[in-house]
Design a protein around this ligand. Structure first.
Ligand code: AHM
Ligand code: MG
Length: 335
């Protein structure tokens, strides 16, 4: 952060409106909704240890995984905040089987849709480990003034106009891109304000961290197994063995690797044959951010942002992080 001047997220957005490719003010309004919802969710997460909000609900979410109460809460908070904005025509969420179309009169001119994971890694809440919100913003492709359709959400990641995440960690940080670099804002809890703390983040070309759930080793494709062995080999010339770091909370693992240099991998071959992570609201937004920070994100063979989604909750294998390391891993996959 500039020692001379504390800049709030709101000020930064207004000062940098030209970073948004479309009408001035729209991005500000959209990100304002996300910023507000993030503060509300942050407040509840901070109270999670003392409030009677822990534990699983009776429902399973659409992926058949146990849904924690805070997932439901965060989903409600973000959807309400976005619904209140005239810019948003519809939302898709990890927590909802289908997308929601906003059709109140204030949405009659809405041009944007949001795909989001309101609370990722939520199984970490009850052990006080960082969790996050991930979001992705697109221009709708169907006519303004009509209810949004599935095709509005099934756009390739390269069509994103903005994307970002919030980490509820040792501090709370909101990171976003509009295609003009990656910027991070840390919440000052005493002021309730996000202040610019990380301007124009650049991911190191290479680092020494690899992040993968090695407990699934036996299920991994041979190329991934070979890459893991490569990471563990002794070679001082390339700083190996690398360091293994895996929180099991995607945004936190991604954020650390973006700042320090590293690779995050969630491959095929686990219990989920296509990998675990979802293209629309986990992989695409982080891929946009990775590329904007100078990094790389692929499914091992293809650029994530070029994949044309076929369904809302599609899963893809994920290799993201420092460019040289992702290229290295891809080399092992190709054999
Ligand atoms: P979730 O969307 O159900 O929270 O699952 C996504 C999370 C990611 O945050 C994390 O990277 C991954 O699942 C960890 O999975 P695993 O426990 O299989 O390693
Ligand atoms: Mg998730």
């Amino acid at each position: 952060m500039s020692a001379a001047r504390a800049i709030t997220l709101g000020e930064y957005l207004v000062e940098n409106q030209e970073m948004f490719p479309y009408a001035k003010g729209e991005l500000t309004a959209l990100l304002s909704a996300i910023r507000l919802a993030a503060k509300v969710v942050n407040r509840e997460i901070n109270k999670a240890g003392i409030a009677d909000i822990l534990g699983a609900t009776d429902d399973d979410n659409v992926q058949g995984e146990r849904q924690m109460k805070l997932d439901v809460y965060a989903n409600d908070v973000f959807i309400k905040a976005l619904r209140q904005r005239g810019e948003v025509a519809g939302v898709a969420s990890e927590e909802l089987e289908d997308f929601i179309a906003f059709t109140d009169p204030i949405h009659s001119n809405a041009k944007y849709i949001v795909a989001m994971d309101p609370l990722d890694g939520s199984s970490n809440v009850d052990v006080n480990v960082s969790i996050g919100t991930i979001f992705s913003i697109y221009r709708r492709v169907t006519p303004v003034g009509t209810p949004v359709q599935l095709e509005d959400f099934l756009q390739p990641g390269s069509a994103q106009v903005a994307a970002g995440y919030v980490i509820y960690g040792s501090s709370t940080i909101l990171v976003y891109t509009t295609g003009h670099g990656v910027h991070g804002f840390t919440l000052d809890p005493s002021l309730g304000t996000f202040l610019l703390s990380h301007e124009s983040i650049r991911m190191p070309e290479r680092g020494v961290i690899y992040s993968i759930n090695e407990g699934n080793y036996v299920h991994f494709p041979d190329g991934v197994k070979r890459y893991i062995k490569y990471c563990q080999e002794l070679d001082p010339a390339t700083d190996r063995p690398y360091t293994s770091r895996y929180i099991g909370s995607l945004v936190s693992d991604f954020h650390r690797n973006m700042l320090k240099g590293g690779i995050y991998i969630y491959p095929t071959g686990t219990k989920s044959p296509k990998g675990k992570l979802r293209l629309l609201y986990e992989c695409n937004p982080l891929a946009f951010i990775a590329e904007q920070a100078g990094g790389r994100a692929t499914d091992g063979f293809q650029r994530i942002l070029d994949i044309k989604p076929e369904e809302l909750h599609q899963r893809v294998p994920y290799f993201a992080g420092s460019t040289a390391m992702v290229l290295e891993a891809e080399g092992f996959l190709r054999g």
